[in-house]
Ligand binder design. Structure first.
Ligand code: CAA
Length: 383
């Protein structure tokens, strides 16, 4: 692994940092307070090439690598975790599987507008009774008796970007008896008849990220919208989530950095007992621990991204990165509130938002318990 960023990676970091600081950060508190989807920031991310970063330019992407993607995700999430997850879902969970499993015709029709940000995507795997147990899909896909297509029925849960998405990577069960080998993925245009979103979820954090249930009532899709093989959907989902976990690790690092940077600035100006609180070891040691853990999390995240770029196995490394980074984000946000004291507990200061935003990184794209299962699985196989 190379510890020296390339010129392209440094340029991405500079662009992302300037955009995040100048355009995203000033709006982050309002986006959270108003539970507002930041459409204007999504448009700007499209202009900057941040919605299909690792997709080749020939399919509308920026033609960059996954290390650059992780770098940009951290910068944007440092300013606003809601904006970060909108970006992460489109890159990791929508563009990536269509790029890896789509036919050329599907890529021309769907990937190109998604990667260039003309369309926004969502990823519908979870269901009311299939969260961690992703193979327990109840949404059915049956052959359409009136043609060569499919008829889909079911309900999807907590679908990030759902209410604002144009396209969905959808998972269904087409052969229950076959278990996970009976799961099939589809590219679902969200304006298809029979598709309806429920009211946006009222969430603890990442309140600018719209998520909801998606109801599928006799949704008819042509065979040309099957993504990958019929019965191959579980592998589409699992391999996609491997990449997604790099994005969420980077999001968590961004949130942790926000907590550290805000706490450091506060500790330098807040005075008790005749000196700035940063001069009390009790506070300085917290900051030192936060900084150390953030660097360790970033190294894990970049290692996973680097392996993905090198086309080497990276599922174990992505799970470790997400597990560790999400833990670091929660600890950093908790310590930041402690450093702010009473001011940390009120919405006038940003750290209570970091605390609320951090929690989801331990839940979505596989809970911390699932990451441990995945890592333990590799250990059991000698990896
Ligand atoms: N890549 C490719 N194939 C994989 C794989 C991977 N990473 N992991 C497993 N598989 C394959 C296995 O090889 C196996 O295939 P074979 O039968 O051909 O050998 C098959 O999948 C089944 O594997 P398991 O027996 O390990 O599967 P399982 O049913 O026990 O489940 C699990 C494993 C890790 C618990 C999985 O269910 C899981 O990851 N759960 C968490 C789901 C999740 O992360 N959901 C997130 C929802 S999306 C989201 O959160 C987005 C958002 O809001 C932002």
């Amino acid at each position: 692994m190379n510890f020296t960023p390339t010129e392209d990676q440094l340029a991405v970091q500079k662009t992302a940092r300037e955009f995040a600081q100048q355009e995203v950060l000033p709006k982050a508190a309002e986006i959270d307070r108003e539970h507002r989807h930041p459409a204007e920031l999504v448009k700007r991310m499209a202009e900057l090439g941040f919605l299909g970063m690792a997709i080749p330019e020939s399919y509308g992407g920026a033609g960059l690598d996954h290390v650059s993607y992780a770098i940009a995700m951290e910068e944007i999430s440092r300013a606003c975790a809601s904006t970060g997850v909108i970006m992460s879902v489109n890159n990791s969970l929508v563009c990536d599987p269509i790029y890896r499993f789509g036919t050329d015709a599907q890529k021309q029709e769907w990937l190109t507008p998604l990667a260039s940000g003309k369309l926004l995507g969502c990823f519908a795997l979870s269901e009311p009774e299939a969260g961690s147990d992703a193979a327990a899909q109840k949404t059915t896909a049956e052959r359409d008796p009136s043609g060569d297509g499919w008829v889909i029925n079911g309900t999807k849960n907590w679908i990030t970007n759902g209410p604002v998405a144009d396209v969905c990577v959808l998972f269904t069960m087409n052969d229950k008896a076959a278990g996970h080998k009976g799961i099939t993925a589809f590219i679902l245009p969200m304006d298809t008849k029979g598709v309806r979103c429920g009211p946006p979820d009222d969430k603890l954090g990442i309140r600018g990220s719209k998520s909801s249930q998606i109801y599928l009532d006799d949704v008819r899709l042509p065979a040309g919208l099957v993504l990958g093989e019929v019965g191959g959907g579980f592998k589409v989902a699992m391999s996609t989530l491997d990449g997604g976990r790099i994005g969420i690790a980077a999001q968590a690092i961004g949130i942790a950095r926000a907590a550290l940077e805000d706490a450091l600035a506060y500790a330098q100006q807040r005075r008790t007992m005749g000196k700035a609180i940063v001069q009390h070891q009790a506070i300085a040691f917290k900051l030192a621990d936060m900084a150390t853990e953030i660097d360790a999390a970033r190294l894990l995240c970049l290692r996973a991204a680097y392996l993905k770029d090198a086309k080497q196995p990276y599922g174990r490394e992505a799970a470790m990165a997400k597990l560790f980074a999400s833990d670091v984000a929660n600890r950093a946000a908790r310590e930041a509130i402690q450093i702010f004291g009473g001011n940390g507990y009120v919405t006038e200061y940003p750290v209570e938002r970091h605390f609320r935003d951090a929690k989801i990184t331990e839940i979505y794209e596989g809970t911390s318990e699932i990451q441990r299962l995945v890592i333990a699985g590799y250990l059991a196989k000698g990896g």
